[in-house]
Design a protein around this ligand. Structure first.
Ligand SMILES: CC(C)(COP(=O)(O)OP(=O)(O)OC[C@H]1O[C@@H](n2cnc3c(N)ncnc32)[C@H](O)[C@@H]1OP(=O)(O)O)[C@@H](O)C(=O)NCCC(=O)NCCSC(=O)CCCC(=O)O
Length: 356
C-alpha cells in the first residue's frame, strides 16, 4: 500500500534539497512569508512571499501572477480570465489559455496534489476582444491521482478542452533523465530585446525591417528570452529543426508554490515552440500556423522566474502539420518538464531573405 509521505519534490524542504537554480540555493520560507500582507490579488495559487529576487533588489511581481493567471471566480468551478499579451495573429496565445485552464483545474484539488500532466486541444481560435470562461469538471478524485477536465469558453462555445491530472508524490527507486545539452550560460547571451537593438543599429537595415523590429520591441511579452544561437533563432539559413533558448518569466514570482510555477511553465511552453518546424525551410514563411494540441508533463520542482533552458525539436513535419517536442531544463541540469505539440503550418515561398 502506498504510504503518504512528505513530498520532497514539492515541499519547501524538497525545494532546498533539489533546486539549485540561478539564484543559488533556495532558502527556506521564512515565517513572515506566511503572515506578510501580499500586495498581489489572491489567485488562490499565489505565494505570500517577499518582494525580492535573489536578495539583489526589489522586482515587480510577474504580470503572469498579478494578471494573466489571476482568474476571477464567478461560481463554483467557474472562472474568468483576461488577456495580457496578444500575438500579431490577433488570436489568443495558446500558452495563455493552457496556463489559465491549469490554474482553474488546480483550484479544485487538494494542497498536496501537484500537476503531473495535461492534455489539451485548441478547437477554436481565441477572441482577444472578450474574456475567457473556464468551466471545471471534477472528473475523479482518487487516492493518489486526481483528474480534472476544463473547458475554456468564448461566445458560448469551447475554444480549448483540457484534461489535467494531479498526483500526490510517491517515492520510487526508478529515477532517470536525459542529460541537459551543454550551452553557454544565460549571463553570456543577449536577450531578444538586446539583439533587436543591435540589429536596429545596423546602418544598412531596410526600412520595412526596421518597422518590423520596432513592432517586436513594442510587444509586452511577459517572458524574457535569450537565444543560444541568435542567427538560427531568427532563421538565417537552413538548420536542423532544433532550437535552444533560455527563458524565464519577467518579474518576481518566488519559490515554494509549485502549483503556480506549473501554470507559468504551461504558459511559457507554447512560446516559439511551433516555429521549430520551419527551421529547415528558410525559403518558406508561415502564412497560417496554429497549435492544434498541447501536452505537458511536469517532472521536478523549478522556478519559472529563474532562467530555464528550453530545448525544442521537431521530429516530423508533413501534410501541413508539424510535431514539436520541448524540454524545460533547470539550469542545474534537472529536467523540469516536457511537452509535445502538433500544429498546422501552411507556408508560402519567402519572397525576400529575412533581414533579421
Ligand atoms: C486549427 C483550426 C484553424 C482548424 O479549424 P478549421 O475550421 O478546420 O480551419 P481551416 O480549414 O484549417 O482554416 C483555417 C484557415 O486556413 C485557411 N485554409 C484552409 N485550408 C487551406 C489550404 N489548403 N491552404 C491555405 N489556407 C487554407 C482557411 O481559409 C482559414 O483561413 P482564415 O482563418 O479564414 O483566414 C481551428 O481548430 C483553430 O483555430 N483552432 C485554434 C488554434 C489556436 O488558436 N491555437 C492556439 C494559438 S497558436 C499559438 O499560440 C502558437 C504560438 C505562437 C508563438 O510561438 O508565438
Amino acid at each position: 500500500m502506498a504510504e503518504k509521505e512528505e513530498d520532497p519534490n514539492h515541499s519547501v524542504s524538497g525545494l532546498m534539497n533539489n533546486c539549485n537554480t540561478a539564484g543559488g540555493p533556495v532558502s527556506p520560507k521564512s515565517p513572515e512569508d506566511e503572515t506578510s500582507e501580499s500586495p498581489v490579488p489572491d489567485t488562490g495559487l499565489t505565494p505570500n512571499a517577499e518582494q525580492k529576487r535573489n536578495g539583489s533588489g526589489t522586482d515587480l511581481k510577474s504580470v503572469l501572477v498579478t494578471s494573466v493567471l489571476n482568474l476571477e471566480k464567478l461560481d463554483v468551478d467557474l472562472y474568468r480570465g483576461t488577456h495580457h499579451w496578444v500575438p500579431r495573429t490577433q488570436r489568443l496565445f495558446g500558452g495563455q489559455i493552457v496556463g489559465q485552464a491549469l490554474v482553474a483545474a488546480a483550484k479544485s484539488v487538494g494542497d498536496n496534489f501537484y500537476a503531473h500532466s495535461l492534455h489539451c486541444y485548441f478547437v477554436r481560435a481565441g477572441d482577444p476582444k472578450v474574456p475567457v470562461l473556464y468551466q471545471v469538471e471534477r472528473t475523479r478524485d482518487g487516492r493518489s491521482f486526481t483528474v480534472r477536465s476544463v473547458k475554456a469558453i468564448q461566445h458560448g462555445q469551447p475554444i480549448l478542452i483540457c484534461q489535467a491530472s494531479f498526483h500526490m508524490q510517491q517515492e520510487s527507486p526508478l529515477q532517470h533523465q536525459f542529460t541537459m545539452p551543454t550551452v553557454p550560460p544565460p549571463e553570456d547571451l543577449l536577450t531578444v530585446e538586446e539583439l533587436i537593438h543591435l540589429y536596429l543599429s545596423k546602418p544598412d537595415l531596410a526600412e520595412n525591417a526596421k518597422q518590423g523590429l520596432n513592432k517586436l520591441l513594442a510587444n509586452e511579452v511577459p517572458i524574457e528570452i535569450k537565444p543560444v544561437n541568435p542567427p538560427q533563432f531568427y532563421r538565417r539559413g537552413a538548420t536542423e529543426p532544433k532550437k535552444l533558448f533560455w527563458v524565464r518569466a519577467r518579474g518576481y514570482i518566488g519559490e515554494g508554490n509549485m502549483k503556480l510555477h506549473c501554470c507559468v511553465a504551461a504558459y511559457v511552453s507554447d512560446f516559439a515552440l511551433l516555429g521549430t518546424v520551419l527551421l529547415p525551410y528558410p525559403n518558406y514563411r508561415a502564412k497560417f500556423s496554429a497549435s492544434l494540441d498541447h501536452a505537458m508533463w511536469f517532472h521536478s520542482t523549478f522556478r519559472t522566474d529563474e532562467w530555464m533552458l528550453y530545448e525544442c525539436v521537431s521530429p516530423w513535419a508533413g501534410g501541413s502539420r508539424g510535431l514539436v517536442q520541448g524540454r524545460l531544463w533547470r539550469r542545474d541540469g534537472v529536467l523540469a518538464a516536457s511537452c509535445s505539440q502538433e500544429g498546422v503550418v501552411r507556408v508560402k515561398p519567402a519572397t525576400e531573405p529575412s533581414k533579421l
